[in-house]
Design a protein around this ligand. Sequence first.
Ligand code: MN
Length: 739
Amino acid sequence: MDEKYLNLTEADEESMIQREFDALLQDYAATRHTQKTEIIKRAFDFAKSAHHGVRRRSGEPYIMHPLAVARIVVKEIGLGSTSICSALLHDVVEDTDYTVEDIEERFGPKIAQIVSGLTKISGGIFGEKASEQAENFRRLILTMPEDVRVILIKMADRLHNMRTLGSMPPAKQLKISGETQYIYAPLAARLGFFLIKTELENLSFKYEQPSVYAKIQEQVDAVTPRLEESYLRFIGPIKQILDSYNYKYTITYRVKSPYSIFRKMQNKHIPFDEVYDLLAVRIILKPRPDEDERANCWVTYSALTSLYKEHPDRTRNWLSTPKPNGYEALHVTLMNHEGNWVEVQIRTERMNEIAEHGLAAHWKYKTGTSELSNLDSWFKSLKDMLDTADYANAVEFMDTFRLNLYASEIYVFTPKGDIKKMPVKSTALDFAFALHSDIGLHCIGAKVDHKLVPLTYELKSGDQVEILTSKTQRPQPDWIDIVTMPRAKAHLRAVFRKEYRIVQEKGKKAVEDELAKLNMPLNNVTTTRIIEHYKFNTITEFYNAVGRGLVDLSDITTVMFQTKNPSKWTKMWKLQFGKKNESVETDPKKKKKVVLTDTNVGQGYTLAECCHPIPGDPVLGYLDEYGTVLVHKRECPVALKLKSNYGNRIVTAEWATHNVKSFLAMIEINGIDERGVLQKIVTVVSEDYAINIKSVHLEAKDGIFTAQFGVYVHSADDLNVLCANLRKVPFVNSVVRIS
Ligand code: MN
């Protein structure tokens, strides 16, 4: 606590506060702003009572701080009543129980909006995450030209905090200094507030590196007398010439700030003694009304270069093309009598105003228009400058203002005032995911600046966004199109994939169960058949459809066992079995009726090759011209033909007995080509039923096998039993007699 505040009485404090307020009003009166003191008085009274009883760390009443900020705002930045009121009220919402609504009620929406903006920044920049928010903050202020007064008042706030930083504990000093160095000084430079920028840099330097600062300051103090002496020698001849031109002017000098000297020593790796331009000379011209101010500058330049040797590489012409921030001047570096280089800056009074007060200078020369329209035109002039600037300047300009003009990011606030950086076009749903994926997944809505908005709401810089969630909410399919941030999209996809997998597993299980009823496995063969039949692209799509209950599996049996390509089987039959049958036995009988017994088989009759009748089959006989009876099955097409054409040669035939002799029968089995299935079939045929296998042909394709067996059986009944048992073999689908 500063000692000067220790022994103040309440009355002393009151008069100190009043003096500061009067000074503020005087500063305001000195501007060309339309005087609106009534609202400023009200703002002061309100802030004073709101902060009543609160002290700053230094011990002074808190209201002294807003008052000081307001004075900077009017005097050093040049803003008007709206900004002064906002400055007076800038800590009310942050530090007292009053709300933005309270401010709006008393001072209207504009001031409330600025105070709200200041409060928002405050939460982010001084909050727990201050350092990681620094870059965000820097960009935030550059992306909010419409809130430029928020930025300017914040800058004033920071300047006053830096000026009074001595009463803060060292750790806090470092933190605030770092922030100032990183954010506020560059900002002040970019806005053209060079005096503020220099002061901020110096104060930061002083608190960040106190001993280095002190040493340089000491060295500066040591050489200052010599510098002043040299300065006087240097400007003498200049004055003579300018006087002879009848120019009105002032010549001043400034000694480089300790921070600038430090930077130069660092950048050029030189000791203090070699920093040649400790001194900069300024010639500020009052141009004659009837003459071009730039011409005056050039005339002065000629005078200087006629007196002193000019450094060929150090002339800077910011007359023709001002700096992006509006700086206009002509710089020339000359050699003085001691052989040292001295930088001389030639400016008019107007140019000097701009150099020192940047933005403020632009509206200082304007009256009658509102503060805001002046700000607007200032921004417009910056943009116009971009159009006319040369390339190098355009690049510099872009560096400064590209985030304004071509912003790719926006900055939004959480209800607690944390800043979140979001890509342009981010939606409320994106923001929910940016906070936490769980918040995103359970998001049901959002409020922007306390108003309900849909999830599709496109966020704007400065929006304060509150996300509403519900435990029962589930991500919806259309969310994929609502979110724009890749990470949110990826997250939703992952969730949908997981859900899809669960549904799919359910579907797969259902298909598996259905197939299991048919003794069929789930494999390439069966799945291929399924997706071909149901017209799905992949089996997983099919599973998913089943899982969602979109597919009826009741006809899966048909699907699995329909013969896809019957001609193929026919072909196989011809290839393999179209040959002569070796097992024909004959016993020709010239009777109308042939009795086929196991003893007479092969004696007088022949079993037709076309239909391989076996005992038990309904048959008929054809008595050929050689006296041999050919026995056909009754349904055999050849037999039908013979019957119609050679009816007189047809003999009835019947099986007398069929238990001894074996007859050849052809069966076709198809099923799933699983390991071991064929072995199982062979086992059933040859071992369980002791039936001889004459021939086997097997073809497997797409996981489905088709086997033709030539087997010796005693009767049709035997064959039926065999077929029935073969059908029980796992993975066997159908067993049919094919001849
Ligand atoms: Mn403050």
